[in-house]
Design a protein around this ligand. Sequence first.
Ligand code: FMN
Length: 204
Amino acid sequence: MTKLLHIDSSVLGPHSVSRQLSAAIVDRLRQATPDAEVTYRDLSATPLSHLSGAHLAAAQGAATADAGVAQDMTTGLAVLNEFLAADTVVLGAPMYNFTIPSQLKAWIDRIVVAGKTFKYDAQGPHGLAGDKRVIVAISRGGFYGPGMPTATLEHLETYLRGIFGFIGVTKLEFIFADGIQLGPEHREKALSSALQAVTALQAA
Ligand SMILES: Cc1cc2nc3c(=O)[nH]c(=O)nc-3n(C[C@H](O)[C@H](O)[C@H](O)COP(=O)(O)O)c2cc1C
């Protein structure tokens, strides 16, 4: 059975654009595979903790008597296994302070794991997560296209392309809603053209 992992990271709840888009993407994919098993993770409602030295030591086999660290190890492993098991990942990714929300970074820290999603050998790094389709719904307050004065501040899309590329994801697709903070008209236009782009996504 197809496994779909749906992740949201916006802190804006029902007002969130990226949440609306990620939900529309999941609906679109379910048209082709209605029996897909969907796992949903809301990184704002249920944030993951940041990596700590204790976590890293325990991950490398150090004994821990700390129940919090042990619980954190279990959660981190569950997050990693969800990602590894997914055929398709749908990710809601808003721009906060020119990059991903810290909640999303905490998730990335749990899925970018040596020996699981990448490895190093004499030739350098190799991604191990190449068989997945990842679809990212990006929402940004402004515009960051090539030639824009703000282009050098774009560390959301560029970061996500970099990190998913690093772990070997080649089937990486984006849906964009830009200019969300430039006024209600811009917001409406950006949302409706992004939702239109969702209908053009390959469903399976
Ligand atoms: C805390 C915060 C920081 C933001 N920082 C930026 C930013 O650096 N650049 C930008 O273009 N928009 C910024 N915005 C606007 C959001 O990117 C925009 O509202 C987008 O729709 C957020 O996605 P969401 O609606 O799914 O939360 C920020 C919004 C918030 C709440």
